[in-house]
Design a binder for this molecule. Structure first.
Ligand code: GLN
Ligand code: ZN
Length: 776
């Protein structure tokens, strides 16, 4: 028996060495930064308020970095990732590291510190902040570096290197991460756009210096991110990639070129000739690219397979993943790396913080920590055999089956309703001209009607009441009374101001998506599922796991109550299907368009109930309509078709007399105007004041047929605009769009403002409209 045991052991040892020679490795492209309890957010905000010193903030940052490395190491990552942390934003930190500071701030790159980076990020009394925009199709916003023709670059990597060395001092093997030069340049803006590419050679010099430094530091691998490869690239930008990686060929650590958010197959020929040592691809978003790329990539190259979803919260189907990975492991051995599809920045930290998720839904989910664990299970299954991770695989199997079969996911009634959708449901009974005549008669509004976008200030009192209600310290009745008091106040103020179309003010809504998600079946709400949006700002996207069903009317009571207080028309206020979809974590077991249709049906029912309750205008907000556009233009028409369809399904179930509004903000519309027109909303309100009404020109040039409310004042700052400014914007609007089709409103909702400035600004707005009316 002893002998038997010995030989068993030996067999195991032999097996182990065999496996080791074909060992797959794991790593992550990036990790959340804000802290499990949003420590970074609170540290930043307290520093900005002057309540704490910079040292305190730096200590929080050091602790956070250490935690994220420890977590990666504990999960068995072959390296910890350094260089993906930023206090405010990573593009900003890269710009600073390369000495590319806009001259208007008058900052010296060699003495640039954390405090200066906040000046760029948040602006100063003299200078507006750097522009902010979305990181590809995520909800993360980066700061746009400002370059000028002939821009010079210089390397200031002490902060970057200090972080890396902190990771090493903590005893971790480190992989450094950089945003690649082509992505950095493409996402920057240049005062003379045509000359942007001419900055590449100078930029490459600083990258080369940095890589050389990293080599001297003994760094073995650098992950260099070029997510621009998932989008359209003009020939000159493809050439830029060639130029860049040939320039960065020598005197450097090994490079893993990281791509994500989509397929890079269109650039396959280019990719296989770039002198890099490895390639990361996203096979969650684009599974079809795995085989062709694995076949084309030289056997000596590392292939990092993004197999665990970095953009969504679902558990990985481990069995299926293993099936995909096994042949690759045989081919590539230790040159096969396992990773999340993209940085884990876009998912919450850990399920451990969630105490209220139902056990079934919970068993389907994986947040950042759990995703690292999944990678380790996959690695062990490949290296040590599936027997070593039986429990984990069984759990994964159970989750797959339960999600496929659960009554929480599949609702026969919803399926039946979906099958019964017919095209007539997505068209209003009459065309716009006929409708608008009836609406005018029914509503008897003046020329240039004034309105707001929906929300009024969320006062500390409102927040306190909601928090107390959620903690069960305030009963439902008292909470309702408190909200009604707010609604009554908002109605009184609007009447006093003389607005023409009133709103109830949305006091009961913490967030325009979460509020509706809380009231629909098929959604789960997390407690701590925060994801960074920009700087210290985080969002907590609801999780849409199942067929969407509206058990009861959601907004009818509040809206009807508001209407009962006034003779002026009150506009109902809903969030549209596309925005609900965009700002949630949504199902990956059915196409997004199908989920959008289910959301649309629920909203359609709500619109119908509002109409039945005597509400004559309903606004369906779609601020995320544009941001849903796919990264590649070829994919735009399909998206626009179903997105428009979802909106129409939600909005077209009403009589001609009922006026449908929609609202969109932070958007460039010019290239999607046909789709905006196809929504056929009777009125669209848009953010335009910051662009000095420029956006309106596009609508005019396109001869946009329906009514428009271009925002006449910016609601993002406490500043109260002068009557004069609004007057001027309104005049400009009247020159571009016939006044008969114009509305007068602010850029967006007022929930982040306070009452005094709100009343002052709206007072001037009404005044501006009246003056203009008198002149027409
Ligand atoms: N109705 C919402 C509000 O007024 C719209 C918000 C938005 O467009 N983001 O707050
Ligand atoms: Zn808005």
């Amino acid at each position: 028996r002893l002998l038997e045991a010995v030989s068993q052991n030996r067999l195991r040892a032999v097996n182990h060495t065999l496996h080791c020679t074909t060992m797959a490795l794991t790593h992550t492209l990036g990790f959340p930064r804000v802290g499990e309890r949003r420590e970074l957010k609170f540290a930043l905000e307290s520093y900005w308020q002057g309540a704490t010193a910079l040292d305190t903030l730096e200590r929080v940052v050091a602790d956070l970095c250490e935690q994220r490395w420890r977590r990666q190491a504990d999960a068995g990552c072959s390296w910890v990732t350094s260089g993906d942390f930023a206090c405010y934003d990573l593009m900003l930190d890269h710009a600073a590291m390369f000495g590319a500071l806009p001259r208007r701030f008058g900052l010296d790159p060699s003495r640039f510190g954390l405090a200066d980076s906040f000046a760029l990020a948040r602006g100063t009394p003299e200078q507006p902040a750097l522009e902010m925009t979305k990181w590809f199709d995520t909800n993360y916003h980066y700061l746009v570096p400002e370059l000028e023709p002939g821009q010079t670059f210089s390397l200031h990597a002490s902060r970057y290197l200090a972080q890396l060395n902190a990771a090493r001092r903590a005893g971790h093997p480190v992989k450094a991460v950089l945003i690649g030069p082509v992505t950095f340049l493409r996402l920057s803006k240049c005062a003379v756009p045509d000359q942007k590419l001419s900055l590449l050679p100078a930029l490459l010099e600083v990258y080369a210096q940095l890589l050389d430094k990293l080599r001297h530091e003994g760094i073995e691998w650098v992950q260099i991110d070029e997510p621009v490869l998932a989008g359209d690239l003009e020939p000159e930008w493809q050439q830029a990639l060639r130029t860049a990686y040939h320039r960065l060929q020598s005197e450097r650590p090994r490079l893993l070129l990281a791509t994500y958010f989509g397929s890079v197959l269109p650039h396959l020929a280019l990719l296989t000739t770039l002198p890099v040592d490895g390639l990361h691809i996203d096979v969650v978003r684009a599974p079809e690219q795995l085989q062709p790329i694995a076949a084309a990539l030289p056997a000596t190259s590392v292939l990092s397979v993004g197999i665990v979803d970095g953009r969504n919260v679902w558990r990985c189907d481990l069995r299926r993943a293993l099936h995909t990975l096994r042949p690759l492991q045989v081919e590539r051995g230790e040159r096969l790396w396992l990773a999340p599809s993209c940085s884990l920045l876009h998912v919450p930290y850990s399920l451990d913080s969630e105490t209220r998720l139902g056990s079934q839904v919970r068993s389907w989910l994986a947040f950042a920590y759990e995703k690292l664990d999944e990678l380790e299970v996959l690695r062990r299954a490949l290296v040590e055999g599936e027997d070593s991770v039986t429990d984990a695989l069984t759990q994964s199997d159970t989750a797959v089956v339960s999600r496929q079969q659960s009554r929480l996911v599949h609702n026969d009634y919803v399926a039946k309703r979906q099958r019964a959708i017919d095209p007539s449901m997505s068209t209003r009974p009459s065309p716009f001209d006929a409708r608008i005549a009836r609406q005018r008669a029914a509503l008897s509004l003046p020329l240039l009607p004034t309105t707001t976008i929906g929300s009024f200030p969320q006062t500390p009192g409102i927040r306190a009441a909601r928090a107390a209600y959620k903690r069960h310290e305030l009963n439902a009745f008292d909470y309702l009374q408190a909200m009604r008091a707010e609604i009554a106040h908002a109605i009184r103020e609007q009447e006093r101001l003389g607005l023409d179309v009133l709103v109830h003010g949305e006091p009961e809504r913490n967030d325009m998506v979460e509020y509706f998600a809380e009231h629909l079946f098929g959604f789960a709400i997390t407690e701590q599922g925060w994801v960074q949006s920009y700087g210290s700002r985080c969002v907590k996207p609801p999780i849409l796991y199942g067929d969407i069903w509206r058990p009861d009317p959601i907004t009818v009571d509040t809206t009807r109550y508001a209407q009962s207080l006034t003779d002026k028309p009150v506009k109902g206020m809903l969030t549209g299907p596309v925005t609900m979809l965009q700002w949630s974590f949504v199902r990956d077991d059915q196409p997004r368009e199908q989920t959008a249709r289910q959301l649309a049906l629920a909203i359609r029912d709500e619109v119908g109930d509002l109409e039945k309750a005597g509400i004559r205008l309903v606004q369906i907000d779609e601020p995320a309509f544009r941001e849903g556009l796919p990264l590649r233009r070829d994919d735009w028409p399909h998206y626009l078709a179903w997105a428009v369809d979802a909106f129409k399904l939600a909005s077209c179930g009403v009589r001609d007399e009922t006026q449908i509004h929609t609202h969109m903000c932070y958007s460039e519309f010019n290239d999607i105007l046909p789709a905006i027109a196809a929504l056929d909303a009777d009125v669209i309100t848009i953010e335009t004041s910051r662009s000095n009404m420029e956006l309106l020109d596009g609508f005019a040039a396109y001869a946009y047929p329906n009514e428009i409310g271009p925002g006449v004042y910016d609601i993002h700052a406490p500043r109260v605009p002068s009557l004069d400014e609004m007057q001027r914007l309104l005049e400009r609007a009247c020159q571009v769009v016939p006044p008969q089709r114009l509305w007068v409103n602010p850029d967006c909702g007022l929930k982040t403002r306070r009452w005094p400035e709100t009343v002052a600004a709206l007072g001037s707005m009404v005044q501006a409209a009246r003056t203009m009316r008198a002149r027409l």
